[in-house]
Design a protein around this ligand. Structure first.
Ligand SMILES: Nc1ncnc2c1ncn2[C@@H]1O[C@H](COP(=O)(O)OP(=O)(O)OP(=O)(O)O)[C@@H](O)[C@H]1O
Ligand SMILES: [Mg+2]
Length: 1107
């Protein structure tokens, strides 16, 4: 098995030379060859001392994995092969352990890999610094701010597909433990001209393409956008798609990052609305209008886009439309409104778009800062990471490139200041022997640009502020006058160019010989861009927007806060912020990453010697190596040095009482460090070789470990001893307590034993005494008993006698008492208990009965005999009584009822009763008769004079006087007759005359026949041979048949004492003269209504049809 390789030095397995300081021989060719060799072996990092040279590999290398992070973590800078991680680790540890604020300065031209390098540094620091939920959130927010800013601030240029179009400096803040607390981002001048126009082959900012490719249809619809890039004038079309870039996926990443950084949903929405509005502004087009008052006017071609923008941003359409057509100028408190011609309108539109976007970008930075700012006020250590747009030379270079290159110039300056110049000056200051090394100092170029009187920026500002017509050409003229003699400035009109006769330089251009090369700037647009003018009407229109974000972006639009002072120009603003940055960087310990671009094709594996050579030259890398080589790798003031290493020498440990320098001398002598390896400066010790430093560090580490062991040993000893002493003390306490307890126990035991022994003796003594006392007592008792027995015998004898006597007396008394008792019992037995049950029973029964009757009294039904009500039976045993009572009550109330009757009523009821007995359930006519009172004398014969004769003829009492129909025996026809019944006779008289036709004594009436039906026919049968029977029986019909038959029956009974035979049959025989005729009742028709008809059928038959 192969032994695992453990690296202890960058010299191990080195390809070429890892640190250029070790390069031999040192010249440009060997330098480039070394870089190339390493590049070909995928070694993209090389050191110059502590500076890292990074060559963009243009491909992903497997050297940024978490394993690599672990490998470089807490290792010395020169221990492993050169890596950006080593620099990051060094910076982080120095910040954490030595409390030195750090800055990482990443320089190089566009596309050299600065942004990537800055991200690598940040991710390394994030990986190695503290962990924990809160810390992780801070880290995540810091890291996620990158994709957001890149989306809005980066764009594809011809040099770099992801070129930073803004400068960025980020301070990462840590606490004393090295845990990140938060961060602050500063941004520098966004190249906003890109929003409205992009050079050929370049794109607008990424976010526009991302939003169109990645947003859902729904979201696009909300933003009133369409997916098609070609719909938007502001999007350069020729390279809308970038190879290997997935805009849609990036959009998702950006949204996600915004969420992590802490953007609220409505904020994200507002941001995208502004982006959409900017994009749509480009689609507003203008056409010329007729001239009014000799002035050109423009008009918006298609207002649809304007309408949508206004809807998106909540701006009043008329306000915005006016702002695109007029410009108000305020002068001496007077407002003058002038119309805008087409060109001015387009200028206004683009200015608005640029301003809107760049202000949005600045807002984003502020908003991110709000999220990532440290939450505590504790002292912070800071690591700044500077990733600024790289030096760039385009075909057409304008104001932006001028600014960008100026910035790079300043960075080079600070590099020179801090490394080359400062280093050399320090040697001199410290009195160290030193041979000066020549290098190009670009301070002169910085001066050309930023000098307050004669600098280009000052000229530009002066020109912008000058009254009168100001154009880019007048600016160039001015430059030609002021800078003509400057050796780094060239223009067609300047002296230099005249001598050079440089016709390649066009008229409207000037050229600056930057540290990194000559750049020709087109003067066109300089004035405008520096002025950065936005018509006040537009900013006021924006301020009026009903969109909180847009409103906030244009605070100067607030009409109440009009500021007539000119805002600072873009150039002066940038100069000021760069100056602040430089000041800031100078307070920190710098760490350099110098990025080099290997080719112009953005391709992997290609190493263009000339291009690299050019960069090495202008970056001054060779000089850097030379200075490094001639000098010392490390220096430190004596105090911290002694403080750090004093433990390595007995004299200096733990305290050195003399001056620090003497201490360091003693220390170095003691350690036997070769003299050529170090030099003593005035205030610092200089160490030539890093290895010496490493040796010192290793010794220190070893010694610290020993010291730690010693401390540990002493501490352990102390701990054990304290523990022992404590245990000993405890043992004594425990032992004393235990002894006390044991003695207590023993004492208790002895005490209880003594008590037992004592009690035994006492017991024995007591028992002895008891025995004696008992004996004495028994003797006494014996005497007493004997005496008692004697007295007893005497007494018993006496008692027996007395008893005998008493018994006899008692027997008599008892017998007497028994006898008396017996007598008394016999007398009072009935009162005794033996009868009590029956008594109670009877009493109860009586009581119940009483109650029953009392209740019944209250519940009695009415006295009406037909009332069927009767209270329910309360007691079962009274069942028969109850029934009987009911019966008796009924009988009683019937009697009561009857008792009310007068004799006459009684008679009537007797008759009715008789009728009931005779006809009930026999004759159908009967039920109808029950309700009819029996009147008897229907005809009032005595009162009617017509019947005076009849009255006179009948002197008896008339029982019935009624008109009946007599049926003719021959034909069955009916004739009316008066029917009279007296006490003795039945009479038939003529109805008209009252002459008596027939008179039959009641004794001659043998029978009365009638049908069972509902008719009034009846036959009166006469005794054969009687006087009245000559003509035969009478067949009569009456409405009061029942009454008549009843009365006839009763009268006959009372007179003759014989019961009259009443035959009820539907067929009976009657004697007509000599014939016996059968009267037959049949069910007849209803022809005659309800009146029955009678017909003589033949000699033998008379038919009565009853309806
Ligand atoms: N270490 C690296 N590994 C792999 N690819 C890299 C590395 N560094 C840079 N690149 C590639 O080079 C491209 C350009 O790098 P980067 O954007 O960092 O350049 P820059 O120096 O920031 O340029 P600008 O000044 O234009 O912003 C990256 O998009 C990436 O594709
Ligand atoms: Mg960049």
């Amino acid at each position: 098995m192969a032994k695992m390789e453990v690296k202890t030095s960058l010299l191990d397995n080195m390809i070429g030379v890892g640190d250029m300081v070790l390069l031999e021989p040192l010249n440009e060719d060997s330098f480039i060859n070394n870089l190339k060799k390493r590049f070909d072996h995928s070694e993209v990092y090389t050191y110059i001392g502590s500076v890292v040279i990074s060559i963009n590999p243009y491909r992903s290398l497997p050297i940024y994995t978490p394993e690599k992070v672990e490998e470089y973590r807490n290792r010395n800078f020169y221990e492993l092969s050169p890596h950006i991680f080593a620099l990051s680790d060094e910076a982080y540890r120095s910040l954490r352990d030595q409390d030195k604020d750090q800055c990482i300065l990443i320089t190089g031209e566009s596309g050299a890999g600065k942004t990537e390098a800055s991200k690598l540094v940040m991710s390394y620091v994030a990986a190695v610094c503290g962990k924990g939920a809160e810390v992780n959130q801070v880290k995540e927010q810091l890291l996620q701010s990158n994709p957001v800013l890149e989306a809005f601030g980066n764009a594809k240029t011809v040099r770099n597909d992801n070129s930073s179009r803004f400068g960025k400096y980020m301070d990462i803040e840590f606490d004393f433990k090295g845990d990140p607390l938060g961060g602050v981002i500063s941004n520098y001048l966004l190249e906003k001209s890109r929003v409205v126009k992009q050079p050929r082959g370049e794109r607008n900012f990424h976010i526009f393409y991302q939003i169109l490719s990645g947003a859902s249809e729904d979201f696009l619809c909300k933003l009133k956008l369409e997916q098609d890039f070609s719909r938007y004038n502001y999007l350069g079309l020729d390279s809308a798609k970038v190879n290997g870039v997935d805009d849609a996926a990036n959009f998702r990443t950006v949204r996600n990052a915004m969420q992590i950084v802490g953007f609220m949903d409505h904020e994200t929405q507002s941001v995208f609305e502004v982006v959409a509005a900017v994009l749509k502004l480009g689609n507003i087009e203008f056409k010329p209008e007729s001239r009014v008052n000799g002035l050109d006017e423009s008009k918006i071609k298609d207002k649809n886009e304007l309408k949508e923008i206004c809807e998106l941003t909540g701006i009043d359409q008329s306000v915005l439309e006016r702002a695109f057509s007029f410009r108000t100028v305020e002068a001496k408190q007077e407002k003058v409104s002038t119309t805008l011609n087409v060109a001015q309108a387009y200028y206004a539109r683009d200015a608005l778009a640029k301003n809107l976007y760049s202000r949005l970008f600045s807002w984003l930075v502020t908003r991110i800062n709000e999220s990532i700012k440290a939450q505590t006020k504790v002292r912070k250590k800071v690591m700044g990471v500077l990733d600024i747009y790289g030096f760039e030379i385009f075909e057409d270079n304008s104001f932006e490139q001028f600014i960008i290159n100026y910035c790079n110039e300043k960075l080079q300056q600070i590099f020179i200041e801090l490394t080359l110049k400062e280093e050399q000056e320090e040697y001199i200051r410290e009195g160290i022997e030193w041979t000066h090394i020549e290098y190009f100092n670009n301070a002169i170029i910085c001066d050309l640009i930023e000098n307050n009187q004669t600098g280009i920026l000052a000229m530009l500002d002066e020109e912008c502020l000058r009254p009168g017509t100001v154009t880019d050409d007048t600016f160039l003229e001015k430059l030609n006058q002021v800078c003509a003699t400057h050796q780094h400035f060239e223009s067609r009109m300047s002296k230099c160019s005249r001598f050079l006769n440089d016709t390649s330089l066009p008229h409207s251009c000037f050229r600056i010989q930057h540290y990194a090369g000559k750049v020709m700037y087109q003067v066109e647009g300089f004035v405008d861009k520096n002025n950065d003018l936005l018509y006040r009407d537009l900013s006021q229109a924006m301020w009026k927007a009903n969109h909180s974000l847009i409103k906030a972006l244009f605070p100067e639009g607030n009409p109440t806060k009009i500021n007539l002072k000119r805002p600072p120009t873009a150039g002066s603003q940038f100069k000021a912020s760069v100056a602040t940055l430089m000041k800031n960087l100078q307070t920190k310990n710098p760490n350099y990453i110098r990025c080099i671009k290997p080719n112009d094709k953005k391709a992997a594996h290609i190493f263009n010697d000339a291009l690299v050579c050019h960069q090495i030259r202008y970056l001054g890398l060779l000089e850097n190596v030379r200075v490094r080589r001639a000098g010392y790798a490390f220096r430190q003031a004596y105090e911290p040095c002694l403080e750090r290493y004093k433990m390595l020498c007995k004299q200096t440990w733990p305290h050195w009482r003399g001056p620090a320098r003497a201490g360091v001398e003693v220390l170095f002598n003691e350690l036997e460090i070769p003299e050529e390896e170090f030099s003593f400066g005035r205030s610092k010790i200089f160490i030539r070789n890093p290895r010496t430093l490493f040796k010192l560090e290793d010794l220190r580490k070893q010694r610290l470990e020993d010291l730690a062991t010693l401390i540990e040993k002493i501490y352990r000893g102390w701990k054990c001893r304290t523990r022992f002493l404590l245990m000993k003390k405890s043992q004594i306490v425990i032992a004393s307590w235990y002894r006390r307890y044991a003695q207590q126990k023993k004492y208790q035991k002895i005490k209880s034993s003594a008590i037992i022994v004592q009690s035994y003796i006492r017991g024995w003594k007591a028992r002895k005494l008891l025995r004696e006392l008992k004996h004495q007592k028994r003797c006494n008792e014996a005497a007493t008993i004997i005496a008692a027995y004697w007295h007893g015998t005497q007494a018993r004898r006496e008692l027996r006698r007395l008893k005998e006597e008493a018994r006899n007396k008692h027997a008599i008394a008892v017998i007497w008492a028994y006898w008396l008792g017996y007598k008394v019992r016999r007398e009072y037995r009935k009162f005794f208990r033996a009868n009590a049950g029956r008594k109670i029973y009877e009493f109860t029964l009586q009581r119940l009965m009483q109650k029953y009757f009392l209740e019944m009294k209250n519940k009695m039904p009415s006295l009406s005999p037909i009332d069927k009500n009767w209270p329910a039976r309360p007691y079962l045993f009274l069942d028969s009584t109850h029934k009987e009572l009911k019966r008796i009550f009924h009988l009683w109330r019937c009697k009561k009822y009857r008792d009310q009757f007068t004799d006459q009523q009684k008679l009537i009821y007797e008759e009715k009763l008789e009728a009931s007995e005779l006809f009930k359930d026999k004759k159908a006519l009967y039920p109808a008769s029950v309700g009819q009172p029996f009147q008897g004398a229907y005809l009032e014969i005595s009162k009617n004079p017509k019947y005076k004769k009849l009255k006179d003829a009948v002197d008896e009492k008339i029982i019935i006087a009624e008109v009946v129909n007599k049926i003719n025996r021959a034909n069955g026809k009916a004739t009316s007759r008066i029917f009279l019944l007296t006490k003795n006779n039945v009479l038939l008289a003529d109805q008209k005359s009252g002459n008596i036709k027939s008179e039959v004594p009641l004794g001659d009436v043998t029978k009365v026949s009638m049908s069972s039906q509902n008719d009034g026919f009846f036959a009166v049968h006469l005794k054969e041979g009687s006087g009245a029977a000559g003509k035969g029986d009478f067949l009569l019909s009456s409405d009061h048949l029942i009454e008549m038959a009843t009365k006839l029956y009763r009268t006959t009974l009372s007179q003759t004492k014989q019961k009259l035979n009443i035959e009820i049959s539907d067929e009976f025989l009657v004697q007509f003269r000599q014939d016996k005729v059968c009267v037959k009742f049949i069910q007849g028709s209803q022809k005659n209504g309800n009146i029955p008809t009678c017909k003589r059928k033949n000699n033998r038959l008379l038919e009565v049809a009853v309806p």
